[in-house]
Ligand binder design. Structure first.
Ligand code: FE2
Length: 209
């Protein structure tokens, strides 16, 4: 029954398509070189570590629905109370993939674009981007764990937690996007609704290229 509901959701359909394209662009873990594995882990860390919480906080700030605020609040509470940025940092350290200045510079302009988009405080669009991000993260975790193993890592708390947690988080965010849309009478899903998804998926694709 759940699947039928998901199929009729145009936002979820578009997001799923984007995620599939992204995952297809990833080199298979078995064929990836150690240098490339390090780069992917380091740049993924550079994108996520310091930005996920502010972007989720923006969803809280930019929306008006009570349901949405509750969803964003619970997500933030998990992130902060379980120290997810620290969990990711530990993961990168263990995989010998701590981001260098070169890694930060490589993702800088893409991150800036996402930050300015988030700064526009368009609640629905931010929620769609975050639903995409959480869904992508959950599906990317097995691959990330595999390439970290290649790097000799034995620290998998981050990938274990996010594979499971982010599926439920992304479901909540899809629900949040629907709820926020209902507070904007006459809101129509258009190309513009996916602006954040486009910016963030381009940024992630640049890391995998
Ligand atoms: Fe997290």
């Amino acid at each position: 029954m759940k699947n039928t509901q998901k199929k009729s959701d145009p936002i979820r359909e578009q997001v799923t398509l984007t995620i599939q394209q992204l995952l297809r662009s990833l080199p298979p873990a078995t064929k990836i070189s150690k240098t490339r594995a390090r780069t992917i882990i380091a740049r993924y860390t550079a994108i996520l570590e310091g930005n996920f919480i502010p972007w989720m906080a923006a969803a809280y700030v930019a929306t008006s629905s009570k349901t949405v605020k509750e969803i964003a609040f619970n997500n933030l509470r998990d992130e902060i109370s379980q120290n997810h940025p620290g969990m990711l940092r530990k993961f990168a350290i263990s995989a010998n993939s701590v981001p260098t200045d070169k890694d930060y510079l490589a993702v800088h302009s893409g991150i800036e674009k996402v930050r300015w988009f988030v700064g526009e405080l368009q609640g629905v669009e931010i929620l769609i981007m975050l639903a995409f991000f959480e869904n992508f993260i959950a599906l990317f975790m097995p691959h990330l764990a595999e390439i970290a193993k290649k790097q000799g890592s034995k620290e998998f708390e981050y990938t274990d937690v996010h594979g499971v947690l982010d599926i439920s988080h992304s479901d909540e965010l899809f629900r949040a996007a629907q709820a926020e849309m209902q507070t904007h009478k006459g809101y129509k899903v258009t190309h513009a609704s996916f602006k954040g998804v486009k910016l963030l998926s381009h940024l992630l694709a640049s890391v995998f290229a």
